[in-house]
Design a protein around this ligand. Structure first.
Ligand SMILES: Nc1ncnc2c1ncn2[C@@H]1O[C@H](COP(=O)(O)OP(=O)(O)O)[C@@H](O)[C@H]1O
Ligand SMILES: [Mg+2]
Length: 217
């Protein structure tokens, strides 16, 4: 592992992240749909798989990270119906805004990406942590990533901590009562089920950690 690679996220790493996300979401299509069946309408696996297949088709060549992430956003917004498409689209769009033209990202730039992404979902979804949504995985991950970078961790270690925080946040949705989205219509009956969106968010962050880990090996 070289210092340069461990200290930055490069454009090929971002591309590998997007490709790995598409693969992991395809592999977990049935699982995500199963989670969306007791507290939703059994389409989350399909939505995410279809969305990321479209993302791969449209992903631009080249090393402009902002352009890649903006393209991800536009594909998700245009191809995925329901709540998750526009929310994930907003997440990538708002996160990507300051990254136009960048071919590698420092820890601080990636921390800002995560913070902007979380803020975008909160604004668009009028939601917050504790409402049993994707934010319960995304927000703790963004926080953990920023803390790791502030403490001097390298990129693979910080992303690993972010993925771990997302996994714990995902599990923490089980006892929650949903306050946003279709699951909220169930009231107390939404308690005891893991949120599908928090699960896909965890999978996407774990894919990021794995992609960067593999790239620096
Ligand atoms: N207002 C919101 N804010 C944040 N996340 C939300 C919101 N509404 C729904 N979600 C997320 O979207 C997920 C459901 O996505 P999906 O099944 O694809 O869409 P739909 O609910 O329209 O069928 C939920 O599990 C939840 O994590
Ligand atoms: Mg659904």
């Amino acid at each position: 592992m070289t210092d340069t690679l461990a200290g930055a996220v490069t454009a090929p790493m971002v591309r590998a992240w997007i490709e790995k996300s598409a693969k992991v979401l395809a592999d977990n299509r049935a699982h995500l749909t199963e989670l969306d069946s007791p507290i939703g309408d059994s389409d989350h696996g399909n939505n995410m798989d279809r969305g990321f297949k479209a993302v791969l088709e449209k992903l631009p060549q080249g090393d402009d990270i902002g352009a890649m992430l903006k393209s991800v956003a536009m594909s998700l917004i245009s191809k995925v119906g329901g709540a998750a498409g526009p929310l994930y689209g907003t997440m990538f769009l708002d996160g990507a805004k300051p990254l136009a033209g960048k071919t590698s990202l420092t820890g601080e730039e990636l921390a800002r990406f995560f913070d902007d992404a979380v803020a975008g979902v909160m604004k668009r979804g009028r939601s917050d942590v504790g409402m049993k949504t994707m934010l319960d995985a995304l927000a703790p991950a963004a926080k953990a990533f920023r803390e790791e970078i502030a403490n001097g961790s390298d990129m693979p270690a910080a992303l690993k901590a972010a993925a771990k925080a997302a996994e714990q946040g995902m599990e923490a949705t089980i006892p929650m009562q949903a306050q946003r989205g279709r699951a909220s219509y169930l009231g107390e009956r939404s308690i005891g089920h893991q949120d599908p969106g928090a699960t896909s968010s965890y999978l996407i962050l774990q894919a990021f950690s794995d992609a960067v880990e593999e790239a620096v090996q």
